[in-house]
Design a protein around this ligand. Structure first.
Ligand code: BG6
Ligand code: MG
Length: 226
């Protein structure tokens, strides 16, 4: 029996991944670092400060900035990102997500959020989805970021759900690793992801029928192992 679906936000509920990219690209360019789509892929699911460290590493500039300077750079990136979020509204919810949330609600299945973004509450509000989530893990209280399972386990605990009875949905490789490490069943959205229990090309394919089928397969595999 499925107890809850726990969603990542950026790239799963709404396409903010490219807004993070635009904001980082402009800040990185000011530091003399050109980042491309490949670097951006490696930033998905990674916290703000960890993203900055990766960018500095990519640009060969590790150790050149003090902690205070790095905080200022990250905050500059966030100001630009938040400005870009201004255009977000209910029409920015990715295809299929709103109807899936309705379906889960009508079936009494818990709905959780496990996003590394400190902007998550504001984004859910802009999308008009705050009331749809039964529990949102608080990114500011998480000490180990994805691929560590901490945020998914915090969401399960907040929903009083057993990880093995929950599905996590992610668009980042670090996120899939976090879900798998938590003991939950994983669904990956994106062509390049590996290791997910089910991989889909887009949120449009994330239907109740597919979710129910995945849970049935998982239950059968568990029964065979017993
Ligand atoms: C994740 C994104 O959801 O949130 C990352 O995939 C981002 O790209 C991280 O760095 C932190 O977001 P924020 O909004 O706190 O800077
Ligand atoms: Mg994401």
């Amino acid at each position: 029996m499925l107890q809850a679906l726990i969603f990542d936000l950026d790239g799963v509920i709404t396409d903010t991944a490219h807004l993070h990219f635009i904001a980082w690209q402009s800040v990185a360019a000011e530091l003399g670092i050109q980042i491309d789509e490949e670097v951006n892929q490696s930033l998905k699911g990674i916290s703000r400060m960890a993203s900055l460290e990766r960018i500095l590493q990519f640009g060969g500039k590790v150790g050149l900035f003090s902690v205070a300077e790095k905080v200022a750079i990250a905050s500059r990136k966030n100001d630009r990102y938040v400005a870009l979020l201004g255009s977000l509204g209910p029409e920015s919810i990715l295809p299929g997500i709103a109807s899936l949330l309705d379906e889960l609600r009508s079936r009494g299945i818990g709905i959780g959020l496990a996003s590394a973004s400190l902007n998550a509450p504001g984004i859910l509000q802009a999308l008009g989805l705050t009331a749809m989530f039964d529990y949102c893990a608080d990114a500011s209280r998480i000490t180990c970021s994805k691929p560590d399972p901490e945020i998914f386990l915090a969401a399960c605990a907040g929903l009083s759900a057993t990880p093995q009875r929950c599905i996590g949905v992610e668009d980042a490789q670090a996120g899939i690793a976090a879900i798998n490490a938590s003991g939950m069943v994983s669904i990956g959205i994106g062509a390049t992801l590996t290791d997910a229990d089910l991989r889909l090309n887009s949120t449009e394919e994330l239907t109740w029928r597919r979710i129910a089928g995945l849970m049935e397969l998982t239950d059968r595999a568990t029964a065979v192992r017993r």
